[in-house]
Design a protein around this ligand. Structure first.
Ligand SMILES: Nc1ncnc2c1ncn2[C@@H]1O[C@H](COP(=O)(O)OP(=O)(O)OP(=O)(O)O)[C@@H](O)[C@H]1O
Ligand SMILES: [Mg+2]
Length: 239
């Protein structure tokens, strides 16, 4: 079943076109990777999917419903969760409190239920030992984990990950990849923007390549990596 469908999504900031007639779909249970050079429009695409910026043209359907004009909050409540490229926790709140805010956001569930779900997510994301520390005191890896944990606390059906592995050591990256894999295995559909290609390709079923806001290719990771055009746009970057 199709979970997310974008049809002809376009967005410009003045003369700069950052999304140019983007069409693709994501099936339930799929893991899709998104790659593309800096400034290709990857994070903007997440902003369009989550509704923090509105599309100029085109439509977005989630779970069969047209959400193109639906608010970011309603999209989140209907099951679209995301992490931010630059972690944005509430620095003075503890790790657990950060999760509670995300878990309770607009939900009708009781406090106990939310608290127990948040505790489970802290275990799943390897943050339980940091539960009572202020988010502002965390290391980069822990911040990335908290970013993931906060997204999971909103109980997403679709999880959007924006460069969650960037800046981590090899070992730290491997641990985070295992967590993402486990989340995906328990049925969460994933779209993951990442420059760390070996991590990305060890998880995703398909790769979408963005360049100047356009879809340059979409297919099996190996086919995309072998494409001459994709290699050319990555010239000067590690493949
Ligand atoms: N709100 C905005 N107003 C004007 N320009 C913007 C805005 N948001 C993004 N841009 C521009 O749109 C282009 C795409 O930005 P975006 O952040 O989506 O790139 P990206 O592919 O995520 O890059 P990176 O790999 O560096 O994270 C960039 O040129 C950026 O400067
Ligand atoms: Mg980005």
């Amino acid at each position: 079943m199709t979970l997310l469908q974008l049809d002809g999504i376009s967005k410009s900031f003045g003369a700069l076109t950052v999304a140019d007639d983007i069409t693709f779909s994501v099936s339930e249970g799929e893991a899709l990777g998104i790659i593309g050079p800096n400034g290709a429009g990857k994070s903007t695409l997440f902003n369009l999917i989550t509704g923090t910026i509105g599309a100029d043209k085109g439509s977005i359907r989630f779970l069969g419903e047209d959400v193109t004009r639906v608010s970011p909050m309603q999209r989140c409540l209907s099951g679209i969760g995301r992490t931010f490229q630059i972690p944005q926790p509430f620095e003075k709140l503890t790790v657990f409190e950060n999760l509670l805010v995300a878990g309770a956001f607009g939900q009708q569930r009781g406090e106990r239920e939310v608290a127990s779900e948040c505790a489970e997510i802290l275990v799943e994301t390897g943050l339980i030992a940091e539960a009572n520390k202020p988010a502002g005191s965390l290391s980069l890896l822990q911040r990335k984990r908290l970013e993931l944990a906060r997204a999971l606390a909103t109980k997403p059906k679709l999880l959007l990950l924006d460069e969650i592995a960037g800046g981590l050591t090899e070992g730290e990256c491997a641990v985070l990849v295992e967590t993402i894999r486990a989340v995906h295995r328990r049925g969460v559909t994933v779209i993951w923007i990442e420059h760390v290609l070996h991590a990305l390709n060890s998880v995703v079923d398909h790769l979408l390549v963005l360049h100047f806001g356009r879809v340059l290719g979409l297919g099996a990771p190996q086919d995309m990596m072998n494409s001459q055009e994709v290699r050319e746009i990555y010239l000067g970057m590690e493949v």
